[in-house]
Design a protein around this ligand. Structure first.
Ligand code: FAD
Length: 677
């Protein structure tokens, strides 16, 4: 690789092993295990380059295209699935010198940032101006905005503020075929490829900058712990809170093992961070424990899980609200009606979690040094499938490892489950654990990843989940990266043969094909007139939560999902038929990071046969938004623009104009304070 041409345009480049080593991997535990066990590290790339401007990125990709060099975009390397894993002969493009906030626009509630900015630096700078994105992954100190787009990240306050996809309004990327403007920046005549860029894991191009929603810093925060007698009653409370439109910013439920091991329901000991804390503590007690005691239970995971399964007792739910005091007061009042049957443990469990929310996951080295491995798996499903998903994935993981779980990232339609597990430090155990767990997640109707992305670890499982819709990815990939130089094999394996689902057939007995009353979803005929649909739903006691002004089949493909009132999504599962008769169903369950969201591009390329849309009961809602005369909707559900709500009065182009046009009060771009030191 002759990198002199790149040096000659002023780019910093390194080719020596010392610089290349950190760029050969991310934090995928399998690579850590392999390093401890076999002393083997992933292959070194050939060079790493540090662009400082979008033009640098363009020059790099142009050069790589001419030279036939593969490119691996690199944010902060905090991925946990092998997304940036080394490949001999490749060029790593580290974006971290592109770390500027370009504009904060309080009027439009947006911030424009470059893609190499660390999440923590973004929030620190926004905080000085009274704003936040509220995107707060546990890895906030060591992950970048570009990584959030590419791997479809979710933060700890997602139940109210949305996952990163929901916060993201527009993004620019450089592809081998040139610049790509997406979301609100999409040129009028082009297809909006933002949903496909999200989750593309560097496989289409390099994200250079983006426009994000911002929300005012909360003036008040309320956190509390509630003990429930069992998981089922706690799930019901979580679901009811979300479906009532109350939307706490924090909603975290610990399963019986996590609750017990963390000592979380005993008021005297709420000190543990739960999840990985027990693994870390166990491994760090003493050298003896490290070598022997740890290996013993891990050799018998079945026994350990059996003992844990026998642990009965309360489970802990942490509930939190933030915002202006009247909002917090109204929200907590409404929430307490739903939480009335739980044991109120006061503020400490919630406040303790808040203080320590970023602590635990960084301290896992002792587990690996002690000869074990620790890892996490985050899946999601609609509420009706959640108990099965929990039991089946837990059983699959539990065949090989000691396992516990918590439930966070809740939606009106469903929830994610975050499993933490620890096993004996053998690669074959590690691989068997993941194989079984991924299979279990799929057969239980969940997504294989809610927010950690795909990488090497889940690429095959994600491709299976995409089914025949992967054709859509292949078409877009070929048009933007015809030579396949962009992070090959991410997020889907190269030349993966799309799987077809023969069980899918033409729907019958519409216009409402199926009603999911637990998850408040209706599968309907996309060609049906909305009035006919509403009449049919009303006869069953429901109404559309987001009514379109024309049939869904016409409304959805031209709706800019960014031009919506809040981050609620107007559509879930879709089924479509390609011209050759092949059917496919995309089921994002209710959010997924298993590669890009292909639904919107699929709608343009195939005939929609069914859409699953959110509904609400005609009676019995505790909706504080509708019921409180003094509340501003924007404060309850942070939104970029609320003037016209859903619909077309404000079109995508109007919104794009607002975004590009001169804002009435724009804060000056700031330099990253860390840069000058
Ligand atoms: C301790 C710990 C806690 C974590 N907690 C969370 C959590 O709470 N929520 C969560 O969502 N995730 C979490 N993660 C996972 C990880 O932080 C996320 O996946 C994050 O989005 C990765 O960002 P990054 O900048 O480190 O990306 P990297 O790891 O550098 O890259 C991830 C993928 O994105 C691609 N990529 C990176 N930048 C760009 C770009 N500019 N353009 C195109 N492609 C790009 C890479 O090629 C790679 O495929 C955690 C990880 C750790 C280690």
């Amino acid at each position: 690789m002759n990198v002199e041409a790149l040096r000659s345009i002023g780019l910093s480049i390194a080719t020596d092993a010392l610089h290349l080593r950190p760029y050969s991997r991310d934090l995928w535990p399998r690579d850590t295990l392999k390093m401890y066990k076999e002393g083997v590290l992933p292959e070194l790339p050939q060079a790493v380059v540090w662009p400082e401007r979008p033009e640098h990125v363009e020059a790099i990709i142009e050069w790589a295209t001419q030279e036939g060099v593969t490119i691996v975009p690199f944010g902060a390397g905090s991925g946990v699935c092998g997304g940036v894993r080394g490949r001999a002969g490749s060029l790593v493009v580290d974006l971290k010198r592109m770390n500027r906030i370009l504009a904060i626009n309080p009027h439009n509630r947006t911030v424009q940032v470059q893609s190499g900015l660390l999440g923590q630096h973004l929030e620190d700078q926004l905080e000085q101006t009274g704003w936040m994105t509220a995107h707060s992954p546990s890895s906030i100190a060591c992950s970048t905005t570009g990584g959030y787009v590419a791997a479809r990240s979710a933060g700890q306050f997602s139940s109210r503020y949305g996952v990163f996809d929901d916060i993201l309004l527009a993004a620019s990327a450089v592809t081998p075929k040139g610049k790509l403007q997406t979301g609100l920046w999409t040129p009028k005549e082009n297809e909006d490829l933002l949903p496909v860029l999200c989750g593309s894991e560097g496989g289409l191009g390099i994200v250079t900058d983006m426009l994000l929603r911002i929300s005012p810093l909360p003036s008040d925060r309320w956190l509390r712990g509630y003990a429930f007698p069992d998981l089922q009653s706690a799930w019901t409370a979580m679901r009811e809170l979300m479906q009532a439109g109350i939307w706490p910013s924090v909603l975290r439920l610990y399963d019986p093992v996590d609750t017990k091991i963390g000592g979380k329901t005993s008021a005297s000991d709420a000190k543990s961070g739960g999840g990985f804390a027990w693994m870390k503590n166990l491994a760090s007690k003493s050298p003896f424990l490290q070598r022997h005691l740890l290996n013993l239970p891990l050799a018998l995971p079945g026994l350990i899980n059996k003992i844990s399964a026998g642990i009965s007792g309360e489970v802990l739910l942490i509930v939190g609200f933030d915002g202006p005091t009247p909002i917090v007061e109204a929200s907590t009042k409404a929430a307490q009606k739903i939480l009335a049957n739980a044991r109120d443990m006061g503020p400490e469990p919630g406040e303790h979690w808040f203080r320590h929310r970023h602590d635990v996951s960084y301290k896992l080295a002792p587990v690996f040094i002690a000869g074990a491995f620790a890892d996490t798996m985050e899946v999601a499903a609609t509420w009706d499938k959640l108990p099965t998903l929990y039991q089946e994935v837990r059983a699959a993981l539990g065949r090989h490892t000691a396992v516990m779980a918590h439930f966070s990232h809740a939606y009106a339609e469903g929830c994610s489950i975050y499993f933490s597990f620890m096993g004996r430090g053998q690669l074959k155990t590690y691989d068997a654990t993941w194989k079984d767990a991924l299979d279990a997640a799929r057969s239980a109707g969940g997504t294989v990843t809610h927010h950690h992305g795909v990488g090497v670890l889940k690429s095959e499982a994600a491709a299976k989940e995409a089914g025949a819709a992967i054709r859509v990815w292949n078409e877009i990939k070929t048009s933007l990266d015809p030579d396949g130089i962009m992070n090959p094999g991410r997020p889907f394996p190269i030349d993966f043969e799309p799987t077809t689902d023969d069980t899918l057939s033409a729907p019958t007995d519409g216009p409402v094909f199926e009603l999911n009353e637990t998850s408040l979803l209706a599968t309907v005929d996309p060609q049906s007139n909305p009035d006919t649909l509403q009449t049919e739903l009303a006869s069953k006691g429901y109404t559309l939560r987001i009514p379109p002004d024309r049939p869904f089949g016409e409304w959805l493909p031209i709706l800019s999902r960014e031009a919506t009132q809040a981050w609620e999504t107007p559509v879930f599962t879709i089924q479509a038929r390609f011209d050759d008769g092949v059917r496919t169903r995309i089921q994002p369950a209710p959010r997924s990071a298993a590669g890009p969201d292909l639904r919107w591009s699929l709608m343009r390329r195939a005939t929609l046969e069914t859409v699953q849309v959110p509904i609400r009961a005609l009676s019995g809602d505790i909706n504080i938004v509708g019921g409180h005369p003094h509340l501003d909707l924007r404060d309850v559900r942070p939104a970029w623009h609320t003037a016209n709500g859903w619909g077309f009065e404000k079109s995508q182009s109007d919104l794009a104009e607002i975004c590009h046009g001169e804002p009435s009060s724009q804060t000056q771009p700031t330099r990253n304070p860390k840069e000058s030191s």
